[in-house]
Ligand binder design. Structure first.
Ligand SMILES: NC(=O)C1=CN([C@@H]2O[C@H](COP(=O)(O)OP(=O)(O)OC[C@H]3O[C@@H](n4cnc5c(N)ncnc54)[C@H](O)[C@@H]3O)[C@@H](O)[C@H]2O)C=CC1
Ligand SMILES: N[C@@H](CCC(=O)N[C@@H](CSC=O)C(=O)NCC(=O)O)C(=O)O
Ligand SMILES: [Zn+2]
Ligand SMILES: [Zn+2]
Length: 379
């Protein structure tokens, strides 16, 4: 039966309030309006940022909402004026939009796009500042402009990348967030050179993708730091050459690293979201040139600090969103790199469950053995 132009009722995992288990509900998904695309989501993974917003610590967190932003699916229908995708296209929703026309997109200096950010930050669509999700008339908010914990979602046309239909959607869904973020933090934001010494704080999916990116950039040493020593064996497969567990040292971790590296590392990456670790990551950098990239997302109210002297003496503090990748242009390129076996993706998937098992998937995320859990959205 044709669904174009109709309201679709489907299953979605609704976050009614912070920390309360998600509940699988019958949700009404309105047809896409001008400049919008309705996508049938087939696979969605969980990222730590979903857990962060669900926890209530995200200042932009709005409830009730449908979380999820690392996914792949097929276009079901498009609204008026949409030209970049059509029904049947295989796509990856992109929380970081790319319109190509705004001040940010035209600057050539950033992958951030300003076109729809004011709407996606408050859980609505740009055209009428309303949500396309409801349950028996009650509004359910969007999340990050993607809301992929649903069998169907509506996204802005600037927030969807068309990909090669040959790519397995149960794998390349990961290219919607964590893996590109880590790779891009190295390749685009830090621009690590061959021979560099790199420190990676936090060996989850994002940190391991940093290690993978650093290895491919020719780093000579990749030091992995994590409070869970069980992470170390896996990390070797992603390029980590040395491991440090801060719990096994009395000295501050930045001092341990400085002592091990003749004055500090060339590049460090914080992939946890802990502001004390962000400080250590900056302060383990080499005087004169060491650059530290903040990747982790810290809770509302948290602030970073260091002695300004650290920057006066040449260390550089930076941050990255989606690894600096321009989403609609570069996600298809990352998919091709995966198909050519030039980047890992399958190796980050440790669990496969269904949308109905999403609360179990969040439990797994908080246990040490899980990198990415991919959910199929079959009913
Ligand atoms: N900037 C961006 O565009 C993006 C940011 N993120 C953020 O990146 C961070 C990492 O995400 P995932 O890899 O999915 O998380 P994860 O939870 O899988 O990995 C975090 C790792 O840090 C370790 N850890 C925790 N506390 C530590 C400490 N004090 N010292 C050393 N290690 C510690 C944990 O054992 C774990 O291995 C999160 O904050 C997430 O929100 C994720 C995607 C995109
Ligand atoms: N609402 C959050 C924002 C958290 C954040 O920084 N998000 C990242 C992506 S994290 C993906 O897993 C990002 O791209 N930020 C840029 C942006 O425009 O949001 C908060 O306020 O903490
Ligand atoms: Zn994410
Ligand atoms: Zn733009």
């Amino acid at each position: 039966m044709a669904t174009q132009g109709q309201v679709i009722t489907c299953k979605a995992a609704v976050a009614w309030e912070p920390n309360k288990p998600l509940s699988i509900e019958d949700v009404q998904v309105a047809p896409p309006q001008a400049g919008e695309v309705r996508v049938k989501i087939l696979y969605t993974a969980l990222c730590h940022t979903d857990a962060y917003t669900w926890s209530g610590k995200d200042p932009e967190g709005l409830f009730p909402c449908i979380l999820g932003h690392e996914a792949a699916g097929i276009v079901e229908s498009v609204g008026e004026g949409v030209t970049n995708v059509q029904p049947g296209d295989h796509v990856i929703p992109c929380y970081q939009a790319e319109c190509g026309e705004c001040k940010f997109c035209k600057s050539g200096k950033t992958n951030l796009c300003g076109k729809v950010r004011s709407a996606t930050g408050v859980g609505v669509m740009l055209s009428d500042r309303k949500s396309r999700f409801s349950i028996n008339g009650k509004t359910i908010y969007h999340f990050m402009g993607t809301s992929t914990f649903s069998q169907y979602t509506v996204v802005h046309d600037v927030s969807v990348a068309k990909i090669d239909p040959a790519a397995p959607l149960d794998k390349v869904c990961l290219l919607g967030c964590g893996v590109p973020t880590g790779l891009g933090a190295v390749w685009n934001t830090a621009k690590v050179e061959p021979g560099s010494i790199v420190a990676v704080f936090g060996l989850g999916t994002v940190g391991l993708a940093v290690a993978e990116g650093a290895k491919s950039a020719g780093a000579s040493r990749i030091i992995g730091i994590d409070i869970d020593s069980k992470k170390f064996d896996t990390a070797k497969n992603f390029g980590v050459t040395e491991f440090i567990n801060p719990k096994e040292h009395d000295k501050p971790i930045q001092q341990v690293i400085v002592d091990l590296t003749d004055g500090g590392v060339d590049y460090s990456f914080e992939c946890i979201g802990n502001v004390s670790v962000m400080r250590a990551a900056l302060e383990c950098c080499h005087k004169g040139w060491g650059t530290s990239v903040i990747v982790g997302v810290a809770a509302s109210g948290q602030e970073i600090s260091t002695r300004p002297f650290q920057l006066v003496t040449g260390r550089v503090w930076k941050g990255t969103a989606f690894g600096g990748f321009k989403s609609r242009s570069q996600v298809p390129w990352l998919v091709e790199k995966y198909l050519k076996k030039e980047i890992k993706v399958d190796e980050y998937i440790t669990h496969n469950l269904t949308l109905g098992e999403i609360n179990k998937a969040f439990d797994l995320m908080h246990e040490g053995g899980c990198l990415r859990c991919v959910l199929s959205t079959d009913a």
